[in-house]
Design a protein around this ligand. Structure first.
Ligand code: ARG
Length: 306
């Protein structure tokens, strides 16, 4: 195990206040403004209660939760996984593809500058203007392998990958997302603390599936079914052996538990209505291991498929 970020104790994680959360537009196939609108007050209350349950569970696991203030008119701010890629106390801030979310960039910039002033982060930089990249939602740190799995597709641009590799001095394996339904990598791909990858292969191009197979031995590949991916079971937070996630379907739960993981199910249906669940609702600030693990050859972005 190369990285030291497997466990929950003492870690720091970001959530964003759900105060202005709602489902009012459709920028991915999961979003259901009609369903949200049927009972706005009830929907708001349920979302707040679900958000509280997730925050409580993370605190009980020993995490410190840093909360981004809400902003009116920016309902998807509640998904800070999209705000930045963070490793070794360095943060590379996102550039959102969809105009509906671009207003979030200024809020997240203020928030990260504040983290820097408070000594929680050392370095904050924005992705260059015009290069779309939607944060950790499309770029997952794999501490066992010392690399990022970096996606391009509906939201993030292929050019973002070299930039990530350079900024963090860490290898980035490019994965192409080929469907609109799995529009962010964290909807179809999950990295567990023991090095297993849980994923839904049809969301990736053929070359990208090969890139996974080249780096992850068969016994570490856990292939999810379409139903399991649709249940948002791959959008999980892995803290050591605990998986904090929407309640997984029985087959997947059994597979994970057989490997020693404990599935802690939390109903996040109010956020699935917007196309997100536990992973998207958070951002780890405590991942480490990039510079320590980069090969002698320096950073490399291996872009697969385009
Ligand atoms: N409605 C949001 C969007 O489409 C959901 C984002 C969920 N975040 C994630 N990392 N998958 O942008």
């Amino acid at each position: 195990m190369i990285g030291a970020d497997g466990g929950g104790n003492g870690g720091v994680i970001v959530m964003a206040s759900p105060e202005w959360y709602e489902v009012s537009y459709t920028i991915n196939p999961w979003m259901r403004p009609d369903e949200w609108g049927r009972d706005r007050d009830g929907a708001r209350q349920r979302a707040q209660a679900q958000w509280d349950a997730l925050a409580d569970r993370l605190r009980r696991a020993g995490m410190t939760v840093e909360v981004v203030p809400a902003a009116p008119g920016l309902p998807d701010l509640v998904f800070p996984a999209n705000s930045a890629v963070v490793l070794d106390r360095r943060a590379l801030l996102a550039r959102f593809r969809r105009p509906e979310r671009r207003g979030e960039e200024a809020c997240f910039l203020r928030f990260f500058e504040d983290l820097r002033r408070r000594g929680l982060i050392d370095h904050v930089q924005r992705m260059p203007d015009g290069i779309f990249q939607e944060g950790a939602g499309d770029c997952l740190w794999d501490s066992s392998r010392g690399l990022f799995w970096g996606a391009h597709g509906p939201r993030s641009a292929p050019e973002s990958l070299d930039h990530i590799a350079g900024f963090f001095d860490a290898p980035v394996v490019g994965l192409e997302l080929i469907t609109d339904r799995f529009y962010h990598l964290d909807t179809c791909f999950s990295v567990l603390s023991g090095g297993e990858i849980v994923y839904f292969p049809p969301a990736l191009s053929r070359e990208s599936r090969e890139a996974v197979a080249e780096r992850v031995p068969p016994e570490q590949r856990i292939v999810a079914t379409e139903d399991e991916a649709h249940a948002f079971s791959l959008n999980a937070i892995c803290l050591g052996h605990d998986l904090i996630m929407t309640p997984p379907p029985p087959r997947l739960r059994a597979m994970l538990e057989e490997r020693g993981y404990r599935c802690i199910g939390i109903d996040l249906s109010s956020f699935v209505l917007s196309g997100g669940a536990s992973f998207c609702m958070t951002l780890r600030l405590d991942h480490t291991g990039g510079r320590l693990t980069a090969d002698a050859g320096g950073p490399s972005a291996e872009r697969i498929g385009s």
